[in-house]
Write a protein that binds this ligand. Structure first.
Ligand code: 3PG
Length: 213
């Protein structure tokens, strides 16, 4: 897959809703319920981070839930890319970008949302053909004002800012012309996931899905 095609596909994923939930899930047995709760609330694009031993099984379970688009986050290596693809992920997300990771995603036909934190990183990715990128870690990098400033000279790159984004600051990003959506974990808080409070998670998802952009 070409980087240009990958960016077209990830831009489509990012346009499904204002927020992509970033999920760290320890138990695959609750994965389908969690996915259903978020999708019901209006957030169909889900990023499952490869940060728990259960993550690949979580992707497998979530991929069976109707109406969802399930991707793998925290892709760091070629092995991660292959495993994510095999588990049923239809897109990938990475905190940054290396040539080896980009090569692996292109070779495995996994559309990647690669991470950039600076103008140079965004330019390097754009040079390779990636016009859809993740701005990470968004708040620590200066937040919406920093992303707005990057957008002035490089308006052709569109971003999904992630890292420290919450209901309180999401609007600041979503009002920028170079922001397609935001990523965040606040819609699936650990305590509510642990207690299986799916109605509360659906309510958080609905609140996020109603954010203007
Ligand atoms: C992460 O690295 O887990 C994501 O960027 C999500 O960050 P958040 O927990 O600050 O939303």
């Amino acid at each position: 897959m070409t980087p240009e095609h990958a960016s077209e596909l990830t831009a489509k994923v990012c346009s499904l809703a204002p927020v992509v939930p970033v999920l760290v899930v320890d138990d695959a047995r609750i994965a389908a319920d969690l996915a259903r709760a978020l999708i019901t609330g209006g957030l169909p694009a889900l990023e499952v981070t490869l940060r728990t031993p259960a993550a690949l099984d979580v992707i497998r379970e979530m991929a069976t839930v109707e109406g969802g688009v399930v991707g793998a986050g925290t892709l760091l290596t070629e092995a991660d890319v292959e495993a994510a693809k095999e588990a049923g992920a239809t897109f990938g997300v990475a905190p940054g970008a290396t040539d080896r990771l980009l090569d692996a995603c292109e070779a495995n036909d996994l559309p990647l949302l690669p991470g950039a934190a600076t103008a140079t990183e965004a330019m390097r990715l754009l040079e390779r053909g990636y016009s859809t990128q993740k701005f990470f870690p968004a708040e620590a990098n200066g937040g919406a004002p920093a992303l707005k400033a990057i957008g002035a000279p490089i308006p052709q790159v569109r971003f999904c800012p992630t890292g420290g984004v919450s209901l309180g600051n999401a609007r600041d990003y979503l009002s920028l012309p170079n922001t397609l959506c935001v990523g965040g974990s606040w819609v699936a808080p650990k305590d509510k996931v642990a207690s299986g409070d799916w109605d509360a998670i659906t309510a958080l998802a609905a609140e996020a899905a109603a954010l203007p952009r």
